[in-house]
Design a binder for this molecule. Structure first.
Ligand SMILES: [Zn+2]
Length: 184
């Protein structure tokens, strides 16, 4: 007898899901008009965390939860074809994408396979809060997206299960304020 794989288990579970299914009436456009961009990390359950259920939101996941070209493509479809208006970016503590060198990783794949990987950037990062800011800024800066005024970024703490908003960094004033030291 063949070994039962993980996917066999998942497919068996899907039969229970179908037996109790009652969502067949749902329209395609998400009820909350919102798209969630988050990491593929197995510890993140965006449905449980945000109280989402079938029909509520688009959820885009990749390694890191960054605003990659493909996330921007999906956001354009989400907003232009399916009516979403808000975006929430959720990255997290302990992300694997902050634990290795992306350039080295790409070079290693090339070396081991002899084939150029289809991705140009691996998308690794150093500071998660900065990566959230960069992702939010990239979404806000994409003219292909008609709705860019409600884009918010968060870091999810995988140890405590809490979500913390990442505020944009306020730019330092270039002109010295009244209390700034004066140079002669
Ligand atoms: Zn991650």
């Amino acid at each position: 007898m063949e070994e039962t794989t993980a996917v066999d288990r998942l497919v068996a579970q899907a039969e229970y899901y179908a037996a109790a299914f009652y969502h067949g009436h749902l329209p395609g456009p998400p009820a909350l008009r919102t798209t969630v961009v988050t990491c593929m990390d197995a510890r993140i359950n965006p449905y449980g965390l945000l109280g989402l259920t079938e029909g509520d939101a688009h959820v885009l996941r990749n390694a890191g939860g960054s605003a990659t070209d493909d996330v921007l493509r999906s956001l354009a479809v989400s907003q232009r074809e399916l009516g979403t208006r808000e975006v929430v970016v959720i990255q997290h503590t302990g992300c694997g994408m902050a634990t290795f060198d992306g350039e080295e990783f790409r070079a290693r794949v090339l070396r081991e396979t002899g084939v150029e990987p289809p991705w140009s950037s691996t998308g690794t990062f150093g500071d998660v809060e900065q990566n959230v800011r960069d992702s939010v800024a990239r979404i806000q800066g994409d003219p292909a997206l008609p709705h860019r005024d409600r884009v918010r970024g968060f870091v999810y703490d995988v140890l405590s299960g809490t979500l913390a908003e990442v505020r944009p960094v306020t730019r330092r004033r270039l002109v010295p304020g009244p209390l700034a030291p004066q140079h002669g």
